[in-house]
Design a protein around this ligand. Structure first.
Ligand code: ADP
Ligand code: ASP
Ligand code: MG
Length: 469
């Protein structure tokens, strides 16, 4: 059995949606297929914007709602045969009516909770799921809607819910007990629910995670992530035109790449499959014959190789400096507690005994909450001058090089520093993981594209020699 996940970019236009139906019909000849689908491209962004506008009593939300409605109607009109159109439209109307009512209430109340927001932003997947099953039925392929919202059990950390794997595995196994070889079950990605049945979302781009959760629970042979690029590349092809696709990647490197900014795969997606060793293939919906990237366990004694360059933007660095000599361990402990309370927003955490400073690299949107809490909880330490200064630096970008290079770290670092020097880039800070799986450098955001391009060029020959057959 295979799980096929199609991202928003694969269902952004009527034409690409047809490719998806075509790919499923081909795959179905070889294997039993379960599909996980994302919302149509940009629909989740539109839903988030509509909630925010409604919450500010801005009638603009009605315009966005109308656009969502007409886009889905158009897709039904183009992709679903007359026989199945009424059924598809009435299912879509049910969801749209519910959505409109919720947005209207937010507009009048001028407030909404994270719980209500999740119930709205997860509806994009419920809509695309209806279009896909109706399009498959129209093409003579038996298909069935399965509501992943009811099967993926999570906690109530709305917007970034954590999965209860034991409960989820049981619910999924039960739901698929009578599954038939010739029927394609279509699940809505990105969503789950609490034990009380409240809808949750798994984090932006979370449909990849839905696919690996489902694949793991059902012991799939393979999970295929269908997207708009030729697999996982040596850099984001939108930034680096000569980036090349990787033939293979370990679960660990794929997760590292994702956590450090590569949007192509969701960071937590490797968790459910890595222990069961279920392979994940990243494939291109627009070039289905291309072999893509195979993610699986790292072979024993894997030779040194740098895999990819990635970057993250919209970062801020909070630095506590001039720490009093004998209070640093106490301060460290307090900061760790604050980070824990803020649900670990740090990307990197740096403590320098020589400079008597602690730095936290975080997303800009989380930095204000974090700095406010530091100022509040460490007020006494600030008043007593145990902390000399708190400094906030915004508009930063983290460029990382990923790969298992534990034997050759010095050479890699030399190459990176030489590239930085030759191009006169201003490196602000440097982080490295102990196993040598990543080296990360902090720059001003304005330099992001140039730095990624230059570092990729430095390693291009290595990429070609080690990653291409
Ligand atoms: P989907 O809609 O299929 O989930 P996403 O937009 O989430 O697709 O992810 C695909 C995008 O990820 C690509 O279009 C590409 O710009 C971006 N990306 C970033 N880093 C990489 C990388 N190293 N390899 C491939 N794609 C990458
Ligand atoms: N539709 C959701 C998002 O845009 C989930 C996904 O596409 O994976 O974040
Ligand atoms: Mg994605």
């Amino acid at each position: 059995m295979r799980v096929l996940k199609f991202g928003g970019t694969s269902v952004g236009t009527v034409e690409s949606f047809r490719n998806v139906v075509q790919i499923i019909s081909q795959k179905l000849k070889e294997d039993k297929i379960v599909v996980v689908i994302s919302a149509l491209a940009k629909v989740t962004d539109q839903l988030i914007n509509s909630v925010e506008y409604a919450g500010q009593r801005n009638p603009e939300y009605k315009k966005i709602f109308a656009e969502i409605k007409s886009q889905h109607y158009e897709f039904v009109h183009e992709l679903v045969s007359e026989e199945f159109q009424n059924d598809a439209k009435s299912k879509i109307d049910l969801i749209l009516n519910e959505l409109e009512l919720k947005l209207e209430s937010i507009f009048f109340l001028q407030e909404y909770s994270a719980r209500v927001s999740d119930s709205i932003i997860s509806s994009g997947e419920r809509l695309s799921q209806i279009i896909l099953t109706s399009a498959l039925n129209s093409a003579g392929i038996k298909s069935k809607i399965i509501d992943a919202g009811k099967l993926i059990r999570t906690n109530d950390n709305f917007g970034q819910a954590e999965v209860d794997y034991d409960a989820t595995d049981k619910l999924l196994a039960k739901a698929f007990r009578d599954s038939k070889r010739d029927c394609v079950e279509v699940l809505n990605g990105f969503t789950g629910s609490t034990a009380k049945g409240e809808p949750t979302t798994l984090g932006r781009s979370g449909s990849d995670y839905t696919a690996t959760i489902v694949g793991s629970a059902l012991n799939a042979n393979v999970i295929e992530i269908w997207t708009d690029v030729d697999g996982i590349l040596t850099a984001d092809p939108r930034l680096v035109s000569d980036a090349i696709p990787l033939k293979t990647l370990s679960y660990q490197d794929a997760a590292e790449l994702a956590f450090l900014g590569a949007k192509v795969i969701f960071p937590k997606a490797m968790e459910p499959v890595k222990f069961k060793n279920i392979p994940v293939l990243v494939l291109n919906t627009f070039q289905p014959a291309f072999e893509g990237t195979l993610i699986n366990n790292e072979p024993e004694g894997n030779p040194y190789s740098i895999k990819s360059v990635t970057h993250m933007e919209d970062l801020s660095l909070i630095t506590l400096s001039n720490l009093a000599l004998d209070s640093d361990t106490h301060l460290l402990e307090r900061i760790v507690r604050i980070l824990k309370h803020q649900k670990w927003p740090s990307i990197f955490f740096n403590y320098s005994i020589s400079q008597r400073s602690i730095s936290v690299l975080t997303q800009t949107k989380k930095s204000i909450g974090l700095i406010d809490e530091i100022r509040d909880k460490l007020k006494n330490e600030l008043d007593d001058r145990q902390i000399g200064n708190i400094n906030l630096r915004n508009s930063l970008c983290l460029v990382s090089i990923i790969g298992n290079n534990s034997d050759n770290q010095i050479e890699t670092m030399n190459k990176i520093f030489r590239t930085i020097e030759a191009n006169h880039f201003k490196n602000i800070l440097f982080f490295s993981c102990s196993e040598g799986r990543n080296h990360s450098f902090l720059f001003a955001e304005t330099e992001a594209e140039k730095v990624v391009g230059a570092i990729h060029s430095t390693f291009l020959n290595e990429f070609i020699n080690t990653n291409v057959a």
